[in-house]
Structures are given as C-alpha cells and as structure tokens.
Design a protein around this ligand. Structure first.
Ligand SMILES: [Fe+2]
Ligand SMILES: [Fe+2]
Length: 381
C-alpha cells in the first residue's frame, strides 16, 4: 500500500506529546486524590491501562453468561409469530422457512404458526373469559416484575467488576427488556384488562430496586428470579403459553449469576453477616409472601394451590440464597418451617377443611424440560 505521507516536524510531535503527558498526570492525579477522599474522581470504573474494566477480564463469567446467552438467544418472531415482532434477520427467516418446509404434515400441524386472530380464537376455545383473566392476573404480577428486572439489572451493570461480569449483566439487561415487551404483547392478546401492580408487588419490587449495591443480586437474581422461574415453570405447559419455556431458560441462567460472580469477587464477611443487611433481606421477602393470598383466587381458577406454589418457590429461593451466601436473621430451614406453619394457619382459618400440609416440599413446575432445567440447578432429581 502506498501512502502519500505528510511530514510533521519532530519538535511539534514532541511538544504535543509532552503537553498531553503533563495534562494526563494532573487530571488522573487529581481524580485519584478525589477518589481517595471519596468526594468524586473518575466515574467510569474502567481500567484503560489494561484495556479492561476494573476487576480484570473475568473470562469464566463471560463464557458462562454472555457466550451462553448469545448461543441461546431466541427471537419472538420465530417462537410467537402471532405477536407483532420482526426481530429475525433475513437469514434467520430463510432458515425458519426451510425448516418448516422440511416438516411432515403431522409435525406441521403440531407446530402450526398462528396468526393473531387464530391465536385469539385458540385462546377462546381453550379458556373461559374468567380463566383468561386468571392467567393474565397471575402473569401480570411477573410482567410488572420484568419491568423492574430491566431497571435493576441496568443499575447492577455499573456495580459489578470485570469485563466478563459486565458482559453477563449486559445480556441480562437485554433479556429482561425482551421479557418485558414480549410478555406485555402476549398478555394483551388475551383481550382482558391487565391489572396494575398490587400493593404487595409494589412494596416488594420497590424494595428490590432500592437495595444498595450488590445487595440487588439478592432481591433480583435470587428472589424475583426465583419467583419468575417457578411461575414460568408452572404455566409454560398451558396452551398458548409455550413461549414461557424460553423465559424459564433465561431466568435459570440469571439465577446463577450471583454465585458465579461471588466466585471471582467474594462478599466480605461483613457483607454476609452484617445484621442490618440480613434484616433488609428478610424485609424484601415479606411483602412478596402477601402475593400468595392476593393471587389465591386466580391460581385456584387454574387448579393451582397458591401455597403449593409459594412453598415450591420459597424452597428454590432459599437454595439460591444459601448458595450465593446471602444470610438472613434466622437460618433458612427455620424460616421455611415458620412460613409453612403460617401458611397452614391461614388455610385452617380460611377454609372449611384443611389438613396440615408441608407446602415447602411441593413442586409446581410442570413441563418436562423445565423440570430437567431445574433439577440441574437445584439437584432435585
Ligand atoms: Fe425476566
Ligand atoms: Fe431474569
């Protein structure tokens, strides 16, 4: 390659470099001093000398979350063609058409691509209006949760160290955005009113969003994701809700994020044992429990015992929390047993006949594939 080179006088180059070097020392020295005094300094936690974010490469985290998320990235246009999404590339659309052409007639009938009017007809065939409302009421609770998951993961992105952890959180932000918009469209298709957040969901999710620093991992990736995982696992076998399988798979990855992150950057003993933090974690869980009586009627409409769902979700949440090292004021097994007694007291007081049940031993995840995913996470098999 031939370049028409321009000659710059060496003294100009040298003085430009000297001025830049001096300014660099002053600017960075000043910011370092402010940072040490905790009154400001560099805002970006970026290490430009190493060309990495503060905390290093974090490659294990990148491989487990970022690479995997990209590998398992799903498109709404392919899996819920009745919704108004055009997120497949031309190549993906061609591949999809080829795959559909190669199916047998029976396979085609099983995997019928529905248009929106056909989808709505199918919902009307499968469910009464009351059942449709029950499905929407239950899923709207987590639909509003997806909005908070989007907000919280975007904030967590700036709390974590290492290039790998940031890339993992970036994928979570993207997946939560997708969950929010896809679930929103899906619920709208039921043609029944979508309820507002209940007071309990409001208190619970605001508490999670307001958690300081990495404590957001507890509220979001342990509690909210634990509830979402349980809910999607319980509903994804229902006609018209098959796409929730993919939500379930994404959430299973999100629940593993804190454990993998703390492997590289462990919490200090104080962060784990701090009595105020332990109390705050308990306060986050409490309003979420009130969602059970709130959704009891709608879950009952779908043949689901609300406290079976609650016990199943709480057992999974406690396993995730223990694994990540988030302690509560009392050990998890004691908390589970107390809550189980509370659930039974409520049932005895509000039902005609109630026999004592160990709700925390129940499992409400229905789909085979979802059970397999969860048994890998929780070793329940
Ligand atoms: Fe989500
Ligand atoms: Fe998530």
């Amino acid at each position: 390659m031939e370049f028409d080179k321009k000659h710059i006088k060496p003294w100009v180059v040298a003085s430009n470099r000297r001025i830049e070097n001096m300014t660099n020392k002053v600017v960075r020295g000043w910011d370092r001093a402010l940072g040490r005094l905790m009154v400001g300094g560099r805002k970006a936690n970026y290490d430009d000398l190493r060309y990495e974010f503060t905390g290093g490469p974090g490659e294990a985290m990148r491989r487990k979350h970022y690479d995997r998320s990209l590998r398992l990235l799903w498109k709404a246009q392919e899996h819920s063609p009745q919704l108004d999404f055009r997120d497949c590339s031309i190549d993906e659309r061609k591949l999809l058409e080829m795959a559909l052409r190669s199916l047998t007639d029976q396979e085609k009938a099983e995997r019928k691509r529905l248009s929106m009017p056909e989808y709505k007809e199918m919902l009307d065939r499968e469910y009464t209006r009351r059942e449709k409302q029950a499905i929407v009421n239950v899923l709207a609770a987590i639909g509003h949760g997806e909005a908070y998951a989007w907000l919280v993961s975007a904030e967590l992105l700036n709390e974590v160290q290492s290039t790998g952890a940031r890339s993992a959180l970036t994928m979570q932000v993207m997946e939560e955005a997708k969950h929010f918009v896809v679930l929103r469209e899906l619920l709208m298709a039921f043609d029944v009113p979508v309820p507002r957040q209940s007071a309990w969901a409001y208190l619970f999710l605001e508490g999670v969003y307001k958690s300081p620093g990495l404590e957001k991992f507890f509220g979001m990736n342990v509690v909210v994701e634990g509830i979402a995982l349980s809910l999607f696992g319980m509903m994804s076998h229902l006609p018209g809700l098959e796409v929730l399988r993919l939500f379930h798979l994404d959430e299973s990855r999100h629940t593993a994020l804190p454990v993998n992150y703390f492997r590289d950057f462990p919490m200090t003993a104080w962060q784990r044992h701090n009595p105020r933090a332990r109390m705050r974690r308990l306060r986050i869980i409490l309003p979420a429990l009130l969602l059970l009586p709130h959704l009891e009627e709608d879950l009952g409409e779908l043949g689901i015992e609300a406290f079976d769902f609650g016990g199943s979700a709480l057992r999974k949440i406690s396993l995730l929390a223990e694994r990540a090292g988030f302690l509560l004021p009392i050990p998890f097994n004691q908390l589970l047993s107390l809550l189980n007694q509370g659930f039974n007291t409520y049932c005895t007081a509000t039902r005609d006949e109630h026999a004592f049940t160990d709700f925390t031993c129940q499992d409400t995840t229905r789909g085979m594939e979802e059970q397999r995913v969860e048994s890998r996470i929780f070793s329940l098999a």
